[in-house]
Design a protein around this ligand. Structure first.
Ligand SMILES: [Cu+2]
Length: 458
């Protein structure tokens, strides 16, 4: 007998009790209108021990509650806004119905303070996704409105533990208050880095894993800026999925650069000896900096060594022979626009195809960067003509990375590609999802100072 969504959610929650991220409160079973409620409101959280940080939270938590749904099912979330400012929720990486994409003015009116909005959408792909606002993103995401959305495979993937790890840096004073979220100097370069590194809201935590057990580690970079080069040094781990999407042939991890918005799913066998640890690092050149660690705890599990692969998502294969090629150049504009009459300076540092768009409002929506025909295959030639990295994200689609002049590419599915300085890369996809789709850098300060646009598919 097929289980209902409600039964599934209840089971999924019981099955991952070891996960340290808080789970969202399920709504009462007397309503069938939605699966989760997310209430956004300001609330104090403790990031630095003994201090209070004036965060923005969903359901009082920052990072936000972990949401789980099963592939092929609908997810229905009632969003209530009590932030004191407009907001929305964007579901990063989901091939979603355009009306549910959470982009103000482009796909929905901003949800005002005191209002609510029910997001109701199908999740066609399994994997590690996440969610965040698309309104006043610099402040709202800096203050903590970022959370993981896990779409379970249609059939259980066969791990003993599924550990969701959300990586976010905070930019705080010693008393827990926020330092300014951005500075023009950093926005014009790599972006402003935080000074307090957290993993599921904790500094250098230790997570318990079952000794000898099969562990799936879902690393989700919800930071505004930072690129992690994720590594386990010499401890063996298999790369199972990139940016949420399973790869056809898992391979051993060396390290993987993971920019803002990007994800890495690893499979590993926890150390058989109780108390033994595995350290997860951010690699910088010859050096490895600890992010967090896993520690084996007693478990009665059958001894297994084979790490299961994951089923590849049903992404339509691009028809490359008949594809149309479109060029996109991401570059530095570098001009300071004159101050407005109120003395405010609207910085524009970055542009896509010679156009900067950073400020979003009802009367400030430019023409699309490109108009695509529904059903046709497109190849995007991406050129990062700047000396900084940019994680370029396309909404509503999962594209295939097919080439780069900087690295060898085994084609893979993703929603975000990290362009190295001066890199030229090629991505391809079938334009099968109609609507206006945001297309921007996920370094939030780059986006807010020009590196943003959208494509129209009709
Ligand atoms: Cu960027």
């Amino acid at each position: 007998m097929p289980i209902t969504r409600r039964q599934f959610l209840a089971t999924a929650i019981a099955g991952v009790a070891v996960t340290t991220l808080p789970h969202c409160t399920l709504v009462d079973s007397d309503t069938d209108d939605y699966d989760y409620v997310l209430l956004a409101e300001p609330a104090p959280v403790e990031i630095l021990p003994g201090t209070s940080t004036p965060a923005f939270t969903y359901n009082g938590m920052a990072p936000a509650p972990l949401l789980r749904v099963r592939q092929g099912q609908r997810l229905r979330v009632k969003f209530i806004n009590r932030l004191g400012q407009p907001s929305t929720i964007h579901w990063h990486g989901i091939r979603i119905d355009n009306a549910m994409d959470g982009v103000p003015f482009l796909t929905q009116p901003p949800v005002q303070h005191g209002e609510s909005f029910v997001y109701d959408f199908l999740c066609p792909d399994a994997g590690s996704f996440w969610y965040h606002p698309h309104v006043n993103s610099l402040e709202q995401m800096s203050r903590g409105l970022v959370g993981a959305l896990i779409v379970e495979e249609a059939e259980p993937a066969g791990f003993d533990q599924d550990l969701v790890v959300v990586l976010k840096d905070w930019l705080l004073n010693a008393d827990g208050s926020f330092k300014p979220f951005s500075s023009p100097r950093q926005a014009a370069r790599m972006g402003t880095l935080g000074n307090v590194k957290t993993v599921n809201g904790l500094q250098k935590p230790v997570f318990e894993v079952p000794a000898g057990g099969l562990v799936r580690l879902r690393l989700i970079n919800v930071d505004n800026t930072r690129v992690f080069d994720l590594s386990l040094k010499d401890y063996p781990a298999q790369v199972l999925a990139l940016d949420g999407n399973a790869i056809a042939k898992p391979y051993p991890l060396d390290s993987r650069p993971t920019g803002a918005g990007m994800r890495l799913d690893l499979g590993l066998v926890a150390p058989a000896a109780v108390g033994e640890e595995v350290v997860v690092y951010d690699r910088k050149g010859r050096f490895n900096f600890e992010i967090f660690r896993l520690r084996s705890v007693p478990a009665e599990l059958p001894r297994r060594t084979r790490i299961p692969a994951l089923p590849v998502n049903p992404i339509p294969a691009p028809q490359l022979a008949e594809a149309e090629v479109l060029n996109f150049v991401f570059e530095w504009e570098g001009a300071l626009t004159p101050a407005n009459s109120d003395g405010k300076v609207d910085h524009k540092f970055w542009m896509i195809n010679k156009r900067a768009w950073g400020h979003m409002s009802a009367d400030h929506i430019p023409a699309p960067l490109a108009e695509l025909s529904l059903g046709k295959t497109y190849i995007f030639e991406l050129h990062n003509a700047s000396p900084h990295e940019h994680p370029i994200h396309l909404h509503g689609y999962t594209f295939t990375v097919i080439g780069s002049d900087k690295r060898e590419i085994t084609p893979y599915h993703t929603d975000t590609i990290l362009l190295a300085k001066n890199e030229r890369a090629r991505i391809a996809f079938v334009a099968d999802n109609p609507g206006d789709w945001m297309y921007h850098c996920h370094v939030i300060e780059h986006m807010k100072t020009g590196l943003m646009g959208y494509i129209r598919v009709s």
